[in-house]
Design a binder for this molecule. Structure first.
Ligand SMILES: *Cc1c(COP(=O)(O)O)cnc(C)c1O
Length: 310
């Protein structure tokens, strides 16, 4: 694949959900199947990476370095993109090395990604100059993509998610980890449209500031038609409950669409709950982004077998 192909975002279906609950509510809910964007660079990760890859290439970097957890969709997508477009990749992984590698890291390694593990001091030290210089000494110069892939080029890419949506809608929803995708959507809204981000982190309120800062970096005057919803985190990042898993399997059975419980499952649970609580005006048209992430399910199953769910 050549890098310029990134400029043409693959079209994906917009699928209307039909079930009694929705029909009785008078709400129209659509799923934007970004999970089908690319088999390995799925969902929002395509849009977050594209201008970063073009920028790295323009500045003649041959190596990408980024950060993430051991099950990270961003690590998986970056490794795949490196292989497809001819970049070496380095993943700075939060935590200790666990062998055998989980399915996410096994895939990344097969794509050629090399790993450095950063344990307890990950949050404090990952962007620390001393740490980064030690990485440069070891691997040579690299193009740095922040954890979760969010920077202003990522936001610019996520704006383009809206290009392939050709119905008029009232709300567009995404699950939010760093808020980069939400920021991108905000920059593309029409006046009468609202973007909702569902924080998958506990105490996600800090994300509002991050989003405002991203919008400022792009010189985008912060219009007010967006909200961060912070009460559907289910205990925190990657925390899962039986109720959530029950919702996801019911959703799959009814609609034939697989979800993972870290992001899209929590967002859709939230949307259904907010419909029940009459948050949305009657006959609202809502679009929910399916940002993929199904790669993580295999590793998640293994992890769940080794610990209890509340
Ligand atoms: C990365 C990811 C998100 C979070 O996107 P942000 O831009 O960090 O808010 C949401 N859903 C899925 C499936 C993801 O992989």
């Amino acid at each position: 694949m050549i890098l310029e192909e990134l400029l043409n975002n693959p079209p994906t279906p917009l699928q209307k959900l039909n079930n009694n609950f929705l029909n009785n509510s008078g709400i129209e809910l659509f799923i934007k199947r970004l999970d089908l964007t690319h088999p390995e660079i799925s969902g929002n990760k395509w849009f977050k990476l594209k201008y970063n890859l073009l920028e790295a290439n323009k500045n003649k970097y041959d190596t990408l370095l980024t950060f993430g957890g051991a099950y990270s969709n961003h690590i998986y997508a970056t490794a795949a993109a490196g292989k497809l477009f001819g970049f070496k990749t380095i993943g700075v992984i939060r935590g200790e090395e666990h062998l055998p590698l989980n399915p996410t890291l096994t895939f990344a390694k097969a794509c050629g990604m090399r790993f450095t593990y950063l344990d307890r001091t990950f949050h404090r030290d990952k962007y620390n100059t001393k740490f980064l210089s030690s990485l440069k000494a070891k691997y040579g110069d690299f193009y740095l993509i922040p954890e979760g892939g969010t920077n202003s080029l990522a936001v610019q890419g996520c704006n383009e998610i809206l290009d392939d949506i050709n119905i008029s809608f009232d709300y567009i929803c995404t699950a939010s980890g760093t808020g980069g995708t939400l920021a991108g959507l905000i920059t593309g809204l029409k006046n009468n449209q609202t973007a909702l981000g569902f924080s998958v982190l506990k105490g996600g309120d800090f994300l509002r500031n991050e989003i405002v800062n991203l919008l400022k970096m792009l010189k985008f005057t912060n219009n007010k038609n967006w909200q961060l919803i912070t009460n559907y985190h289910f205990g925190g990042y990657a925390k899962i409950t039986k109720e959530l898993m029950g919702f996801i399997s019911g959703f799959e059975n009814q609609n034939g669409i697989r979800l993972e419980p870290i992001y899209s499952g929590k967002m859709l649970f939230g949307i259904y709950d907010m419909i029940k609580k009459d948050y949305f005006p009657k006959s609202s048209k809502i679009i929910a982004l399916h940002n993929g992430g199904l790669q993580g399910l295999e590793g998640l199953k293994q992890k769940l077998n080794s610990r209890k769910i509340r």
